[in-house]
Design a protein around this ligand. Structure first.
Ligand SMILES: [Zn+2]
Length: 242
C-alpha cells in the first residue's frame, strides 16, 4: 500500500497505485485518526499499521459512499477495532445492508450501477449533510451514488470528495468518461446530480482535493472548473441527443 502525506493532517493510502488506484484517507485528530473509506478487502491490517506508524489509533471509520471498492475492509476493520465509531451516509446505509431499491425520484434520475458487495457491520451513526465527524464537516455529494457525502476539513481546506470527482487519467466530474480510467463514470448513477454536487463542492473553495481514485490535487479550483465545464458540455450534448 502506498502512503502519501499531505500537510499536517491528511494521509492518502493507495492500493494498486499503478493499475487501479483505490484510495482511503487517514485524517489526524487530537485523539488519533479518522479513516475515510475502507478500500478493497484485505486492506485492514495495512490501514491499522499506517495509523500506528503515524502515532495513533483509528477512532472513527467514515464512508463517503457504499460500493465495494470503498467498503471492502469495513467488516474486518470493525472486527479488529470494535471501539471505533462506524459512520455511514444515511442514504447509503440501506445499500450497505444489501437493499438496492431506489425511490421513484431516484429512478427518474438514473440507474444504480457499480459493484455493491454490502457489509455486515451496522453503522453506529448515520450521516447527513451538516453533521460532523471529528473536525470534518459532512457535505452532500450525490450523483455518483444517491447518498454519497464528502468531508470538508475547515482547518486547512482539505476536501475528501469520494467519487464526486476522479483525478486518475485527468480530473473529471463523475459520470464523464476518462478513456484511460472509465470505471467511476461507468458506475455513476446520475450525471446531472453529479454536476450539481460538483458545483457545490467547488463553491467551498477547497485548498486540496482528495478523491477515491487518483492523486491529490493541491490548489484545485482551476482544475475543478475545467472538469465542471466538461461535464456541462456532456450534459448539453446528452440533452440535444434526447
Ligand atoms: Zn470508487
Amino acid at each position: 500500500m502506498k502512503s502519501t502525506v499531505y500537510g499536517e493532517r491528511l494521509v492518502q493510502l493507495t492500493r494498486y497505485p499503478k493499475v487501479f488506484p483505490v484510495n482511503a484517507y487517514l485524517v489526524r485528530e487530537e485523539d488519533g485518526f479518522t479513516l475515510v473509506d475502507t478500500g478493497l478487502s484485505g486492506s485492514e491490517e495495512e490501514f491499522i499499521a499506517a495509523a500506528r506508524v503515524l502515532g495513533g489509533e483509528i477512532r472513527r471509520i467514515a464512508l463517503t459512499h457504499a460500493p465495494g471498492d470503498h467498503t471492502g475492509s469495513l467488516d474486518a476493520l470493525h472486527g479488529a477495532l470494535p471501539e471505533a465509531e462506524v459512520l455511514v451516509p444515511a442514504r447509503e446505509a440501506s445499500f450497505l445492508r444489501g437493499d438496492l431499491d431506489l425511490t421513484p425520484e431516484e429512478q427518474r434520475l438514473g440507474k444504480l450501477k457499480g459493484w455493491w458487495k454490502g457489509a455486515k457491520t451496522e453503522p453506529t451513526r448515520g450521516l447527513s449533510p451538516g453533521d460532523r465527524v471529528g473536525s470534518l464537516e459532512v457535505v452532500a455529494a450525490p450523483g455518483h451514488t444517491p447518498g454519497q457525502v464528502a468531508f470538508f476539513d475547515a482547518r486547512d481546506g482539505t476536501l475528501i470528495a469520494g467519487d464526486a470527482f476522479q483525478t486518475r487519467a485527468g480530473i473529471a466530474v463523475s459520470g464523464v468518461i476518462r478513456p484511460l480510467f472509465p470505471f467511476p463514470a461507468m458506475a455513476t448513477w446520475s450525471l446531472s446530480t453529479a454536476l450539481e454536487s460538483a458545483r457545490s463542492l467547488r463553491a467551498l473553495s477547497p485548498s486540496r482535493l482528495s478523491v477515491g481514485h487518483g492523486p491529490v490535487i493541491e490548489d484545485p479550483l482551476e482544475a475543478m472548473d475545467r472538469a465542471i465545464e466538461a461535464a456541462e458540455r456532456k450534459m448539453e450534448s446528452k440533452q440535444r441527443a434526447a
